[in-house]
Design a protein around this ligand. Structure first.
Ligand code: NAP
Length: 230
């Protein structure tokens, strides 16, 4: 019997994160830490999925919470095979860049950029301890420079920055055998999406990047397992 791979999915109490945790546990046999900033919601989501899922208090905008979460994974398993930076906030369709409330933009950056960044920094020893770690940054077509227009300023610019971070990390961690990719799940019918395709379809492309073979791509931007323009 092989030892299960260990995964952490952030913002996994609902939406794409929850479904990603479910697919990694049930379809890929991983042991999944289901990150949720609200302990009760995390426990409920983990219980609804069942075996192989461990709830983990994790607010990615709170450094102390990140430290405690990584410490818990370290003590339990000493390695992390798969980090899915899924937590995301504030699809700010009501804002324009020229008149934006920067307090909101800073809050969006705290979760959409600095959270994933700090998690990678803190998890790095655990990622290096894994045989072939994968990092997935759940991004958005809204962050693509090629088609960057006005509107959704905090969200779009924070996801563009997350894409840039993906390239930096992929390049720096290539030598460690860690594959780092950005994934747009498409338009998905979650609380954030408010419409769009079924959640399992959106999560599938995230899971694809979280389970890449050792010779899989790194430093890419994908939707449904296919490259999309930065
Ligand atoms: P969602 O239904 O709104 O879920 C967002 C999740 O992130 C929730 O579990 C939320 O927890 C969590 N979260 C927010 N701030 C957090 C923090 N500081 N620490 C930890 N968790 C936090 O959104 P979704 O549609 O599933 O989105 C998942 C990812 O896909 C996001 O990165 C989003 O930008 C991206 N995306 C979504 C779409 C779409 O159409 N849905 C399109 C492109 C990209 P609470 O329940 O505590 O709020």
């Amino acid at each position: 019997m092989t030892t299960p791979l260990i995964a952490l999915v952030t913002g996994a109490n609902r939406g794409i994160g929850r479904e990603t945790a479910r697919q990694l546990a049930q379809d890929h046999g991983m042991t999944v830490f289901l990150g949720a900033r609200d302990t009760a919601k995390g426990a409920e989501a983990a219980e609804s999925i069942g075996a192989g899922v461990i709830p983990l208090q994790l607010d990615v905008a709170d450094d102390a919470s990140i430290t405690a979460a990584i410490d818990q994974i370290s003590k339990a398993f000493g390695r992390l095979d798969c980090l899915v930076n899924n937590a995301g906030v504030d699809y700010d369709t009501d804002q324009r860049a020229a008149t934006v409330d920067l307090t909101r933009v800073r809050a969006a950056f705290a979760t959409n950029l600095f959270g994933p960044w700090q998690l990678v920094v803190q998890a790095l020893p655990l990622l290096r301890a894994a045989a072939q770690a994968r990092v997935v940054n759940v991004s958005s077509g809204s962050g693509a420079m090629e088609d960057m227009r006005g509107g959704t300023p905090g969200y779009g610019v924070s996801k563009a920055a997350l894409n840039a971070l993906t390239l930096k990390l992929a390049d720096e961690l290539r030598g460690d055998g860690i594959l780092v990719n950005a994934v747009c799940p498409g338009w998905v019918a979650t609380d954030m999406g408010g419409g769009g395709r079924p959640i399992p379809d959106g999560a599938r492309g995230v899971v694809w990047a979280a389970t890449l073979p050792p010779d899989g791509p790194t430093g890419g931007f994908f939707r449904d397992g296919r490259p999309i323009p930065w």
